[in-house]
Design a protein around this ligand. Structure first.
Ligand code: AR6
Length: 237
């Protein structure tokens, strides 16, 4: 099935319009032509680099190379990625931006944005169809970081919906969860799907710590982004 449209690119368009578009989507319209200049969009945070303590330089390299690989597939020309971090002073944002230039990736394909991933439309003026959660292996709400923020913004609906798709997650893998129409994240921000991913963990206080093994760590982080981007394009199809 096609994805449900993500709503309007203009932050202050009425909710009625979004509802009208939801209805159109059930008639088989795959893309919301108003959103993201017609591009279906996935936003993602920097997986594993905060609570999971993964090396920033290695992570930034992996993110940009994974995006380059993704856009080598001509079928992905109508898609867009947005790398998001909370603060304009984010070290990861700066590193990803530098690598984008260095590697010559089109900045319209991989946008970078400072802001809250749960408020991309209302605060950032960016329409986004799907967002990524750096989850824990139990797929539980709470904890900290982006996991806590996404579960809080999506309401109880996300926990319920997630249970229908998976109860645990392995490092390097992704699970796509459609958001119920009742979810505030869907109603207010136009987000139709949350994609949970579990990245490699370098934090000894968390399960499955790789204890500084960056050979395995980099493999798992590459696999995480590949699973995420594949899940995104498969959901669009
Ligand atoms: N919007 C955008 N980016 C955010 C937000 C937000 N609201 N909140 C945090 N970030 P982390 P991890 C950024 O720690 O390292 C969780 O508790 C943050 O600045 O959320 O993969 C889970 O339950 C950082 O760049 O994820 C796991 O147990 C990035 O999101 C564990 O932490 C990821 O930081 C996963 O650790």
């Amino acid at each position: 099935p096609g994805i449900k449209p993500g709503g309007s690119s203009i932050a202050n368009k009425s909710q009625d319009l979004a509802v009208e578009k939801e209805e159109k989507s059930t008639l088989g319209i795959l893309f919301d032509s108003d959103s993201c200049e017609g591009k279906t969009t996935l936003a993602f945070p920097s997986i594993s680099t905060s609570d999971f303590q993964f090396d920033h330089e290695k992570a930034a390299d992996i993110i940009v190379k994974a995006a380059i690989q993704f856009f080598q597939d001509k079928d992905h020309a109508g898609l867009r990625l947005i790398f998001v971090d909370l603060s304009p002073n984010s070290d990861m944002l700066a590193r990803v931006r530098r690598n984008l230039v260095k590697e010559g990736l089109n900045p319209q394909q991989l946008l970078t944005h400072a802001g809250d991933i749960t408020k991309l439309r209302s605060s950032g003026g960016l329409a986004c169809n799907m967002i990524t959660n750096a989850a824990n292996w139990r797929l539980k709400p709470g904890g900290g970081g982006v996991n806590a923020a996404i579960y809080k913004a999506a309401g109880h609906d996300l926990e319920q919906a997630t249970k229908q798709y998976a109860s645990t997650l392995n490092p390097g893998s992704a699970v796509v969860v459609p958001l119920p129409l009742s979810s505030p994240l869907r109603k207010v921000e136009g987000v139709t799907h949350v994609i949970h991913v579990l990245g490699p963990n370098m934090n000894p206080q968390r399960p499955n710590c790789l204890a500084g093994d960056y050979v395995q760590g980099c493999q798992i982080l590459r696999a995480t982004y590949a699973s995420l981007f594949n899940a995104f394009s498969a959901t669009v199809k």
